[in-house]
Design a protein around this ligand. Structure first.
Ligand code: AHM
Ligand code: MG
Length: 283
C-alpha cells in the first residue's frame, strides 16, 4: 500500500532514530543514571539518552501532536495542529545491555485520541548484531540496515496457524495453576523454550520463526502484569494481529479491546499464532 507522506515522515524519523540509538548502544556508557522512571524502574544512562534521541527527532515533525514515553511521567505536547500521538518505549529490554543481548525500541502511532481503535501503525526496531525494523500499517514488513546506512525491505511477515516456540515471562513461582498447566501443555506438545527477557527480541523471534506463544501473565508480584499497554503491548498486538496471529489478556478476544485509562497502565498479555491463543483462552 502506498504510504501517506506524513507516515513516510514518521518512518524516516524512526529510521534515523534507530541508526543513532544503535550507535550509542555500541559505544555509550552502560551505567545507571541517578533517576528512576514513572514505573519506578531505575534508569540507565542509555534509557535516558535513547529517550532524548527520540524526543528530539519527533519534535521536528509537524504531524506529531504529542509523545508519550516509558521514560517520561506524562505526555509531552509537540504541535497542537498535529494529528498523531506517538507512544514509545525508547529502549526495551535495557536491563540486558550489560550482557550484550539484542534490545529494541517500540512505537505505537495513534491518529487522534490515545485509544487502541486509533492505532494506525506500529513500528519496532531491533538492535542486535544487525539493525532491523518492522513497520506495520496494513501488514508487518521487515527492513534491515545495510552498509550504506539504508533500510532495505526484506519481506512481509506472516504468522502460521501454529508455531513451535514458547516464550514464558513472569515470575514462575507466582503463576496461577491454569497458566502453569497451559504452558506445560505446550511444552508437552513439543514446544521449545525461547525467552531472553527483552520483549522486542522475544516477540521478533516468534514472529520471524512463524509462530508460537509469548506470555507475560498476572502474578502476585505484578497483579496487572508488567508490560505497558500504550507503548509496549498495543503496538505489538497490532503487529501480531496484522500478521495473522492473535492476542488476549487471558480472557478477552483481543488486547486491542483494552481501553487506555492511564499512560503507564499495564496488562497481562499473550501474543501468538491462532492455535496457541485458542489454547490460552480455552485452557
Ligand atoms: P523495560 O521496558 O524496562 O525493558 O521492561 C520490559 C521488559 C520486557 O522487554 C520484557 O518482556 C520484560 O520486561 C521482562 O521482564 P522479566 O525480567 O520479569 O522477565
Ligand atoms: Mg519495555
Amino acid at each position: 500500500m502506498q504510504k501517506g507522506y506524513k507516515m513516510q515522515e514518521i518512518i524516516k524519523a524512526v529510521q534515523d532514530i534507530a541508526i543513532k540509538i544503535s550507535e550509542v548502544l555500541k559505544y555509550g556508557d552502560l551505567g545507571y543514571a541517578t533517576s528512576s522512571n514513572a514505573t519506578g524502574d531505575t534508569q540507565l544512562k542509555l534509557d535516558i539518552l535513547s529517550d532524548e534521541i527520540i524526543e528530539n527527532r519527533l519534535k521536528e515533525l509537524k504531524c506529531v501532536n504529542s509523545i508519550i514515553s516509558e521514560e517520561k511521567e506524562s505526555p509531552l505536547s509537540i504541535d497542537k495542529d498535529g494529528e498523531y500521538i506517538i507512544a514509545y518505549d525508547p529502549l526495551d529490554g535495557s536491563s540486558l545491555v550489560d550482557v550484550n543481548f539484542a534490545v529494541g525500541s517500540i512505537f505505537g502511532i495513534y491518529k487522534g485520541a490515545l485509544d487502541a481503535k486509533n492505532l494506525v501503525a506500529a513500528i519496532y526496531t531491533v538492535y542486535g548484531p544487525r539493525v532491523e525494523m518492522v513497520v506495520c500499517e496494513d501488514k508487518p514488513e521487515l527492513f534491515r540496515l545495510d552498509r550504506a546506512g539504508e533500510f532495505k525491505f526484506i519481506k512481509t511477515l506472516q504468522l502460521k496457524e501454529k508455531g513451535k516456540l514458547n516464550a514464558t515471562g513472569g515470575t514462575q513461582k507466582g503463576w496461577s495453576d491454569s497458566h502453569r498447566s497451559m504452558i506445560k501443555s505446550l511444552f508437552d506438545d513439543g514446544y521449545r523454550l525461547r525467552y531472553s527477557g527483552a520483549m522486542v527480541s522475544d516477540l521478533h523471534q516468534v514472529l520471524l520463526k512463524g509462530g508460537g506463544l509469548f506470555s507475560y501473565p498476572a502474578t502476585p508480584d505484578a497483579p496487572n502484569g508488567k508490560l505497558r499497554l500504550a507503548f509496549e503491548v498495543l503496538p505489538f498486538a497490532y503487529i501480531y494481529e496484522k500478521a495473522g496471529g492473535a492476542t488476549t489478556n487471558g480472557v478477552n478476544s483481543s488486547l486491542l479491546d483494552i481501553k487506555i485509562e492511564q499512560t503507564h497502565q499495564t496488562t497481562p498479555c499473550y501474543f501468538g499464532s491462532k492455535f496457541e491463543i485458542d489454547r490460552v483462552r480455552n485452557g
